[in-house]
Write a protein that binds this ligand. Structure first.
Ligand code: SAM
Length: 320
């Protein structure tokens, strides 16, 4: 790992920034979480495209940045992307910021990046705060998402927001459960459920926790990360029934929320029993050149069943 000095994108000697698109992360609560590089870029670009110009203006005022702003939000993203791409093609330096955090992550930014790339314009990520990653690293879940010893314990899936309609939300959550039996050692590290990360609103969090409880059981471990980096930052970690009761006991649930959990079904034998052990044994012996014994051992571990149980099931299938 090496650290480079400020490069051509940062006008260290008073040189103008390189032309291009700068996707600039801004704080998710704590103003100190803006980087030195982000400040320099925001000061030096020709224009800042903002999800909400009034929101960004507060940030710019705080840091005494006078760069002109233009709106760039989900309702004008497509049209504005064309306009900005035209300016970029003629050599403009444009920054994109969202209201908070990293642009393009559950926020506008993706379309303009794609348009700039299609137009042959350089795109520079200016990294910084992000709610999902901040919640993940302090969740305590990394390392608990093992299904088999081959899995990457840090594997996670970021979903953004769950659907707001109850039926669609339940279907999305149930999808996590039904995907679990496909967690197959035939494709190690591929489909493993791992840590599931969602953005959630304060007025929906109780309903979502109720859904998780009914789908994955009352003891399903969850983490609710609230108001990250802010004065009232809070982590609630525990059984979904307890976390839900804690929040339900409050007069109101406020603030911004990230919800994380490793679906319990991933580690229960009944849910992860393979459809056909014989087929998995055959496949593993072929794809990984394992002996039958070693293949069975892996299958037992992956599906959280005993070796002898796996062997008995294999014999039973063969006797059919
Ligand atoms: N682009 C942002 C990022 O990089 O994290 C996310 C924008 S998304 C529109 C807003 C959602 O992110 C919030 O509803 C909440 O779920 C989550 N979020 C943003 N800031 C947060 C914070 N300080 N604490 C917890 N969650 C936060």
């Amino acid at each position: 790992m090496t650290f480079d000095p400020p490069d051509h994108t940062e006008s260290p000697n008073g040189q103008p920034l390189a032309p291009g698109l700068y996707l600039v992360a801004t704080p998710i609560g704590n103003l100190e979480d803006i980087t030195l590089r982000a400040l320099r870029v925001l000061r030096s670009v020709d224009k800042i495209a903002c999800e909400d110009t009034r929101q960004t203006q507060k940030l710019l005022n705080h840091f005494d940045i006078r760069t002109p702003t233009v709106s760039y939000h989900m309702h004008n993203e497509a049209g504005r992307a064309v306009e900005l791409a035209t300016a970029l093609k003629s050599g403009a330096r444009i920054a994109v910021v969202s209201d908070a955090g990293t642009p393009g992550i559950a926020d506008p930014g993706g379309q303009i990046a794609a348009a700039a790339i299609a137009a042959g314009v350089p795109v520079f990520p200016i990294p910084g705060a992000n709610a999902a990653i901040s919640a993940l690293i302090a969740s305590g879940l990394a390392g608990t998402a093992l299904v088999s010893s081959d899995d990457n314990p840090e594997q996670f899936t970021f979903h953004g927001f769950l659907p707001s309609k109850e039926g669609q939300r339940r279907t999305a959550l149930e999808g996590l459960k039904t995907r679990v039996p496909q967690v197959s050692i035939l494709r190690p590290g591929n489909d493993a459920a791992g840590i599931q990360i969602f953005y959630e609103t304060p007025h929906r969090i109780l309903a979502t926790l109720a859904d998780i409880e009914s789908i994955f059981g009352a003891t399903q471990h969850v983490v609710v990360a609230r108001e990250l980096t802010k004065l009232h930052e809070e982590f609630l970690r525990g059984a979904v029934s307890e976390v839900r009761a804690t929040l339900a006991a409050r007069a109101t649930v406020r603030g911004e929320i990230v919800l994380l959990f490793v679906p319990a079904a991933a580690v229960t034998a009944s849910d992860t029993a393979p459809a056909s052990i014989a087929a998995e044994v055959r496949e593993l012996m072929k794809s990984q050149s394992l002996s039958e014994k070693d293949a069975l051992k892996q299958i037992a571990r992956a599906h959280n069943i005993g070796k002898s149980e796996a062997y008995r099931e294999l014999q039973r299938e063969r006797g059919k």
